[in-house]
Design a protein around this ligand. Structure first.
Ligand code: GAR
Length: 186
């Protein structure tokens, strides 16, 4: 069975969507590792609930990005990770991870890329007056929310309630991530 590592920095609803799909047999893979760069992030609780090993690190305790990425990549090598899914991992991936897992790292982003990169994509698009929002899954390279696009879904919304919009986008993310991971591990 294929093994996934999921990287997250916060809430972890996309982590949970993938972990639930694996547990329920909707994805033919196992979530073997959760990588988190923030102690106390809610994703750690979610991973523990699913019995998934968690590797938490504090980037400030390392001399460089390469140092903590080496630790993460070594653990992934030991576990035999096939695919790395970034799910709200708010860091640029560096050369160490790209060198060892390049082409096997994907990211989900809550906009129709290349529009609205960055950490506040939904708010930025909403403030801009966008009428068709969306979600993108793409291969990861060394640029912010860059890399070749794998899949996208549009989320049309003309209302004025950002919380309602966020809920719609997150729902679309969870569906798209499960479908896309399924295609990638085929
Ligand atoms: C998701 O909306 C994801 O697309 C976004 O962070 C959120 C994490 O939510 N990622 C980015 O903005 C990457 N630039 P979650 O922790 O509930 O899965």
């Amino acid at each position: 069975m294929k093994k996934l590592a999921i990287f997250a920095s916060g809430n972890g609803s996309n982590f949970e969507a993938l972990a639930a799909a694996c547990t329920e047999g909707r994805i033919d893979a196992e979530v073997a590792l959760c990588v988190c760069d923030k102690a106390g992030a809610y994703v750690i609780e979610r991973a523990t609930k699913y019995g998934v090993e968690v590797l938490v690190f504090n980037p400030k305790e390392y001399g460089s990005k390469a140092e903590y990425e080496r630790l993460v990549a070594d653990r992934m090598d030991t576990l035999g990770i096939d695919l790395v899914c970034l799910a709200g991992y708010m860091r640029i991936v560096g050369d160490e991870l790209l060198g060892r897992y390049g082409g096997k790292i994907v990211n989900i982003h809550p906009s129709l890329l290349p529009a609205f990169v960055g950490a506040h994509a939904i708010q930025d698009a909403f403030d801009y007056g966008v009428k068709v929002f969306g979600v993108t899954i793409h291969y990861v390279d060394q640029t912010l929310d860059g890399g070749k696009i794998i899949s996208q879904v549009a989320v049309p919304y003309e209302g004025g309630d950002i919380e309602e919009l966020e809920a719609m986008i997150h729902k679309a993310e969870h569906r798209l991530y499960v479908d896309t991971v399924n295609k990638l591990i085929e």
